[in-house]
Design a binder for this molecule. Sequence first.
Ligand code: EPU
Length: 454
Amino acid sequence: MGVDVSHAAIGASVHGQQINTENSSMDRIKIIGGRKLHGTIPISGAKNAALPLLITSLLTPDMLTLKNVPNLADVNLLLRILRNHGLDLTIDGKRAAPRNYPGETFHLSARDIVDTTAPYEMVAKMRASFWVLGPLIARCGKARVSMPGGCAIGTRPVDLHLAGLKALGAEIDIDGGDVVAAAPNGLTGNRVVFPKVSVGATINVLLAAALARGETVIENAAREPEVGDVATCLVKMGAKIEGIGSSTLHIEGRHQLEGAVHSVLPDRIETGTYAMAVAATGGDVVLEGARLDLLQAAFDALGEAGAEISETETGVRVRRNGSGVAPVSIETQPFPGFPTDLQAQFMGLMSKADGTSVIRETIFENRFMHVQELVRLGADIKLHGDAATIKGVAELHGAQVMATDLRASVSLVIAGLTAEGETTVNRVYHLDRGFERLEEKLSRCGAEIERVSD
Ligand code: EPU
């Protein structure tokens, strides 16, 4: 019996909230625009793979070793939540060489799950922490997890997560803002057909299915490389999964999963962000460790905009010399389309293009908070529904700006790098959620950028 989760929707939705982070630092980033970027930028492990991989450690009593874990506020926040469930962590990564960020190696051991609740104070700060739900039900037969918060980029319901887990046999109630789930006799594999592509719901069901009895088939699964990275790790832990990277995943659950060693894949959004920075300022930078195949749609758009992209032995080289930035219209789409997580950055780039472009956001309904801040820098952008029309201007001018989410903040950094004069990006804690040593990586390539603490 298969379950089309569009008909099993539970109606649990939560409105996007202003994000908080454990790091409430009010640091600012100061940029003097106009410098071209030259050099090498090491690309860190992907935030959006590291987070679910950390959660994956809840599925086994054995040791899961994760390499190349980025040092980010979101990672630290999730660790706090996982420790509450009983996770034990040791870190032995060496972070010595100043031109090299090898990432950290985490040894994660969830031998005993001591607590199956994830309270509001923790989950409200980061949406991905909701993904503990599937693993906790699968391993412990019960869980109580608060409805999530996350970036203020739109209504972000969890109906697909819940319907998918229900399809595997979980009984789910909502009580006082918490999802209360039980599967006293364990989960059983099933066919789950998602009516809409969701990275988080795919991960939640995938993780649960790895410990469920029998086979689960997820149709219309998210194909994002981070989902594939989690599936690959699960295979190392003993799960049998076919269709990794495709929209249909076949998961043969196991009674118990084992420990494994896995390296977090490179961050394609960090890669795309720096590529767009180089396209915006001009220059020549090698993004070390980056993979072209993880980001083809964005690189295609950058190529059309006038950047030269090539693969090197160590990563991806991005150049723009001489030519201006050509206007390119894009629409965000699930992978392999243009990622929503690069939409703001691309708008920053288009702000100074030689003509007009249109950017359509199809994934989140409220992911345009960077627009008014880019306008403060002199950009000419008009919003109409889910699209923005950007008339390229000859010059942007430095100003005080702030943003309300991670990717919006970094679009302001890109714009600031090309603006005349000084730009101050406030609320740097948004950046610290997802970019490791951003100002250091950029200043090594010649940008005039520094962090200012009060
Ligand atoms: N959706 C539903 N019901 C659900 C789940 C999602 O309607 O139960 C909708 C969402 O409202 C949205 C769409 O489906 O309109 C896609 O959301 P998805 O579930 O794919 O997003 P997510 O899992 O919450 C992850 C990333 C986001 C990234 C999106 C899309 C992590 C930790 N988060 O979020 O990353 O934008 O996928 O690719 O992996 C970021 O890193 O800045 C970020 C926001």
